[in-house]
Design a protein around this ligand. Structure first.
Ligand SMILES: [Zn+2]
Length: 53
Protein backbone atom coordinates (compact mmCIF):
# COMPACT_ATOMS: atom_id res chain seq x y z
CA UNK A 1 0.00 0.00 0.00
CA UNK A 2 1.18 3.49 -0.79
CA UNK A 3 1.75 5.88 2.08
CA UNK A 4 2.10 9.60 1.56
CA UNK A 5 5.60 10.73 2.60
CA UNK A 6 4.24 14.15 3.52
CA UNK A 7 1.21 13.40 5.70
CA UNK A 8 1.25 9.62 6.13
CA UNK A 9 -2.12 9.21 4.46
CA UNK A 10 -2.85 6.12 2.42
CA UNK A 11 -5.41 7.52 0.01
CA UNK A 12 -3.80 8.45 -3.25
CA UNK A 13 -4.48 8.69 -6.95
CA UNK A 14 -1.88 7.27 -9.32
CA UNK A 15 -1.01 9.67 -12.09
CA UNK A 16 1.27 9.05 -15.03
CA UNK A 17 2.03 10.52 -18.40
CA UNK A 18 5.07 10.56 -20.66
CA UNK A 19 6.95 12.96 -18.41
CA UNK A 20 5.77 12.30 -14.92
CA UNK A 21 4.42 9.56 -12.74
CA UNK A 22 3.60 9.28 -9.11
CA UNK A 23 0.88 9.37 -6.55
CA UNK A 24 -1.24 12.41 -5.86
CA UNK A 25 -2.29 12.48 -2.21
CA UNK A 26 -6.03 12.74 -1.71
CA UNK A 27 -5.89 14.02 1.85
CA UNK A 28 -7.72 17.37 1.81
CA UNK A 29 -5.07 19.12 3.89
CA UNK A 30 -2.15 17.69 1.92
CA UNK A 31 -2.76 17.16 -1.78
CA UNK A 32 0.94 16.89 -2.56
CA UNK A 33 2.54 14.78 -5.26
CA UNK A 34 4.89 11.89 -4.55
CA UNK A 35 7.01 11.39 -7.64
CA UNK A 36 8.88 8.50 -6.04
CA UNK A 37 5.81 6.26 -6.06
CA UNK A 38 5.91 3.39 -8.51
CA UNK A 39 3.10 1.90 -10.50
CA UNK A 40 1.35 -0.85 -8.54
CA UNK A 41 2.51 -4.27 -9.69
CA UNK A 42 -0.90 -5.37 -10.89
CA UNK A 43 -1.01 -2.36 -13.22
CA UNK A 44 2.57 -2.65 -14.44
CA UNK A 45 2.08 -5.66 -16.68
CA UNK A 46 1.28 -4.55 -20.19
CA UNK A 47 -0.52 -1.42 -21.24
CA UNK A 48 -3.32 -0.28 -18.98
CA UNK A 49 -6.63 -0.31 -20.80
CA UNK A 50 -8.10 3.08 -21.50
CA UNK A 51 -11.43 3.90 -19.91
CA UNK A 52 -14.39 3.83 -22.28
CA UNK A 53 -15.05 7.12 -24.00
ZN1 LIG B 1 -0.38 13.53 1.88
Amino acid sequence: MWTCPHCGGTRGFFFSDENLQGMLCLAPDCGRFDATAVLPAHEASGDAPLPPQ
